[in-house]
Design a protein around this ligand. Structure first.
Ligand SMILES: C[S@@+](CC[C@H](N)C(=O)[O-])C[C@H]1O[C@@H](n2cnc3c(N)ncnc32)[C@H](O)[C@@H]1O
Length: 553
């Protein structure tokens, strides 16, 4: 989904955000946060501030809107698109529960509140997202008590969606959160010792000696080409590993795995990945007051602090900051998962998340038998707009490398499928693959990190002439796979945007028709721009929401 900065600005202008003083804005954010946590709307300030996102979405937007189909369905679809364009992603609008949405970066997400509105025109108790991404529609579907299925070719998407949809075992929620927080605290307590061990190991390695400490060298530490974990993060990674070893394996203090393809231990590694990712944001933009000299000054200071810490046998400030950020992320994740648990009706099954290419989804896999789901809600890749697998490799090589390397994929590997059926192991693949794949120092990534994505920008650049035809073929293949999985009378809602000169609304309706899906309704939004002489022209991508239905006979 395309980010729409202009839309965000428009929304801010409409809400009168520019009239707020910074102090008042901060207060408003606080109130919104507390109201969001409580799941209610906020009653503050001006009438404009009091308006809910649904009320705002019930009026025509300033974007160019068009619709086709029955009025009652179009109303819902238009509202969903207005929410999408007004609020973008990943923050949820005021009054809509944030739960785990947006926890761990994932590009081009659907706005959760928009997905929620779309569910109003999708029948049944089950929901498939064949391009699950960060799992937005799965979280929304679960919150409505639906049985959910997600597919995505990106191991990163499977990893993020798995952790955004995970819940502790029913009845063991508090125990699990307590254990996670206590383990994070223990990792913090062990930070100094871990920092010293890390440095001893590094200096031994630098001198070409075997490390004196027990920990074997890890592939990713020495990897070239971005595979290494930033120095400041090695201590907390080591300390977390030590804290987990102290509670595992099979000690009674470890809470049960919970619902979904990970475990409380896996969730802690996920939090470490999120913390590292957050710490990298804006890195390189920071400059000292003296312009470019600032960077050198920072390095010099950091070097001095490291030497000091080394002498004193303690963690450096940077290591302590990293550890503190990790702990903060654990707290935030526990709070957000707790909110999710409160929203998901009891008895709702955990989602099934498959890391694979939806075009090849075999009926025989048992995951998605023919005519098994009542509805699908998705946002496929936009033609020639993103490179999801490149993004996934970049994240894995950076923040993802904070996680265990392959040598660690032992008995306590989250989601290793060591117990349970093969189907169970498959279900957990997203997490297993993510944890078990070492970051290569060269470009030799395993296939699942390289192939299967369609409609990528890279593909467009490689052969612009062949792109359009290949795109239509891919559209037909994935829509066909979804059509087979749908029950008669089932519906699929597709949010898609134009790119590479493809009219994706027409392309989607055509592909649906060739798979026997009827076009129920569709709406389109476009960003318009007023020129000096008053003309209005389309300045950016158009986005569409298309609703298709599988006939009953
Ligand atoms: C627009 S994003 C989906 C975002 C998601 N709806 C969300 O809210 O987070 C498109 C997704 O399609 C996935 N994708 C691309 N080609 C695919 C394929 N052949 N099979 C399955 N997923 C694919 C990408 O990895 C990406 O996560």
């Amino acid at each position: 989904m395309a980010a729409m900065p202009a839309a965000g600005a428009a929304a801010a202008a409409r809400c009168g955000a520019s009239l707020l003083t910074p102090r008042r804005a901060r207060r408003l954010v606080q109130l919104v946060r507390s109201a969001t946590a409580a799941g209610g709307d906020v009653e503050v300030g001006t009438a404009a501030e009091r308006e809910t996102y649904l009320e705002i979405a019930s009026r025509p937007s300033r974007f160019q809107e068009s619709q086709w189909g029955p009025e009652d369905v179009c109303v819902v679809l238009l509202e969903a698109m207005r929410i999408q364009w007004n609020h973008g992603y990943p923050s949820t609008p005021r009054g809509y529960p944030r739960t785990t949405h947006g926890f761990h970066e994932y590009p081009a997400g659907m706005q959760a509140a928009a997905a929620d509105r779309i569910l109003d025109v999708l029948p049944g108790n089950s929901l498939l997202d064949p391009f699950a991404g960060g799992g937005t529609s799965l979280v929304v579907g679960m919150s409505k008590g639906r049985e959910t299925f997600g597919v995505d070719v990106s191991p990163l998407a499977a990893f993020v969606a798995t952790h955004r949809t995970w819940r502790p075992a029913p009845g063991a929620e508090e125990e699990t959160f307590e254990w996670m927080r206590a383990t994070a605290a223990a990792a913090l307590d062990g930070l100094d010792a871990a920092a010293v061990s890390s440095r001893e190991e590094e200096s031994s390695r630098a001198r070409g000696l075997e490390p004196e400490t027990s920990e074997p060298p890890r592939k990713e530490d020495g990897a070239k080409g971005g595979g290494g974990v930033p120095r400041a993060w090695r201590a907390i990674r080591r300390s977390l590993r030590t804290a987990l070893d102290a509670t595992s394996p099979n000690t009674s203090s470890v809470p049960p795995p919970g619902l979904g393809g990970t475990t409380p231990e896996g969730a802690l590694w996920f939090c470490l990945s999120v913390a590292l990712q957050r710490s990298q944001k804006g890195r390189g933009k920071r400059r000292g007051k003296n312009g470019s000299r600032g960077y050198k000054n920072q390095r010099r200071k950091a070097q001095a602090a490291t030497e000091n810490a080394f002498r004193e046998g303690s963690a450096t400030d940077a290591e302590a900051d990293a550890a503190a950020l990790f702990r903060k992320c654990v707290d935030e994740y526990c709070d957000r998962v707790s909110e999710l648990c409160a929203r998901v009706p009891s008895g709702t099954p955990p989602p099934v998340i498959v890391n694979g290419d939806v075009r090849n989804l075999p009926e025989s896999s048992g995951e998605l038998p023919a005519s098994s789901v009542a509805a699908a809600l998705t946002s496929p890749p936009y033609p020639g707009v993103y490179d999801y697998l490149s993004f996934a490799r970049k994240v894995r090589a950076g923040s993802g490398a904070a996680l265990m390397a392959d040598g660690d994929a032992g008995s306590r590997t989250p989601g290793d499928g060591s117990s349970g059926s093969d189907a169970d192991a498959d279900r957990r693949h997203g997490t297993l693959r993510y944890f078990a794949t070492a970051v290569p120092g060269d470009r030799a990534w395993p296939d699942e990190w390289n192939v299967g994505e369609f409609g990528s920008r890279r593909e467009l650049r490689k052969d612009p002439r062949a792109f359009k035809e290949a795109w239509q073929e891919d559209q037909t293949r994935w829509i066909d796979a979804v059509a087979r999985a749908l029950q008669p009378g089932g519906r699929v809602a597709i949010m898609i945007g134009d790119g590479a000169n493809v009219d994706t609304r027409a392309s989607t309706i055509d592909a649906g028709a060739s798979s026997g899906l009827a076009h129920v309704a569709s709406v389109s939004m476009a960003l318009t721009h007023e020129t000096a002489n008053g003309l209005v022209w389309n300045a950016a991508r158009r986005e569409h929401l298309v609703l298709l239905e599988k006939p009953r006979d």
